[in-house]
Ligand binder design. Structure first.
Ligand SMILES: C[S@@+](CC[C@H](N)C(=O)[O-])C[C@H]1O[C@@H](n2cnc3c(N)ncnc32)[C@H](O)[C@@H]1O
Length: 289
């Protein structure tokens, strides 16, 4: 008989060989790449899970994964456990201002002239939703009723079901507000209590969240064409080959005149030269001409 209580307390060691096997498997399924230095991170994050399954070692776990019986469910667990979901409202605000004050209003005008009725915005790797809700708030603040019937689709996708559930609930704690969101927005867009702030229903109705693994290029195609892609602080977890694949799909997914937004310290240097680089105060963006 195994003692669950004691079982959950021990630390199962991950050997360098099994680490490589496991990280290659995760890479193959998600494009997320763990370099040699990340052995302890994987060991730490998967220890509890292995013990919960009443397995004795990482070797048994890899065999269990590869046997394939519960592979889909197990991959869901892995993605929930190994992804880094760090995010907050109004992150890299300088860039968001360029979007909401400059590019978005121009896009509305252009698309209207083209006879289009919809603008689509996609946050790829949206985590718990702060980025998508920030965009919804900024659009409301800046367009102030001047959308003239233009419909706005705001879509957030992620590989972790856990974060998507949180994003859909729209329930946030203090940590999500460590960015530079103007304080009066808290009352305007959230229902507040002593511990949580919940996005008001009418804003929630403006956004949608879906599961999407960026490794599945054919699934990216199902998103359809979009005008803006935000993929900030996501590419850092991929190796070069995966970055190139994902960026190529983003290029195909963007409408002409559309923009790709990367994180503050990220660039497409060495990854793609398909986009035109446009410079703005404090940021640069990638345009599909
Ligand atoms: C650090 S968060 C970035 C959140 C937000 N974009 C921001 O900048 O604040 C990275 C997110 O990318 C997601 N991610 C990692 N690999 C992915 C993949 N292969 N497909 C889809 N999402 C992935 C993670 O689950 C995580 O929520």
């Amino acid at each position: 008989m195994k003692n669950h209580h004691i079982g959950l307390r021990k630390n199962i060691k991950l050997s360098p060989e099994t680490f490589r096997e496991l990280r290659d498997f995760i890479y193959e399924k998600s494009g997320i790449f763990f370099s040699e230095g990340k052995l302890y991170l994987l060991e730490g994050r998967l220890n509890r899970r292995i013990q919960k399954l009443e397995l004795e070692s990482f070797e048994e776990y890899v065999a269990y994964l590869k046997r394939g019986m519960n592979q889909k469910e197990e991959l869901t667990m892995i993605f929930n456990l190994v992804t880094i979901n760090e995010t907050y409202f109004f992150r890299f605000e300088r860039q968001l201002k360029v979007f909401s004050e400059k590019l978005f209003p121009v896009m509305v005008k252009t698309r209207r002239e083209q006879g289009r009725q919809k603008i689509r915005i996609w946050s790829a790797g949206c985590s718990t939703g702060e980025e998508v809700y920030t965009l919804a708030i900024m659009i409301r603040e800046n367009m102030n009723g001047s959308l003239g019937g233009m419909k706005i689709d705001l879509l957030g996708t992620d590989i972790s079901h856990n974060v998507l559930e949180k994003a859909k609930k729209g329930l946030f704690t203090k940590n999500s507000f460590r960015g530079s969101m103007p304080s009066h927005y808290k009352a305007k867009y959230f229902v507040n209590n002593s511990t949580h702030a919940e996005i008001k229903d009418d804003l929630k109705r403006n956004v949608e969240f879906q599961y999407l693994n960026l490794k599945d290029v054919h699934k990216i195609r199902l998103i359809g064409s979009v005008d803006f892609i935000f993929c900030r602080n996501v590419l850092i977890y991929f190796d070069e080959m995966m970055k190139k694949r994902v960026i190529r799909s983003f290029y195909d997914t963007l409408n002409h005149g559309g923009y790709l937004f990367l994180g503050e310290a990220e660039s497409l240097h060495g990854i793609s030269s398909a986009f035109k680089v446009e410079h703005f105060p404090g940021t640069f963006l990638y345009k599909k001409e």
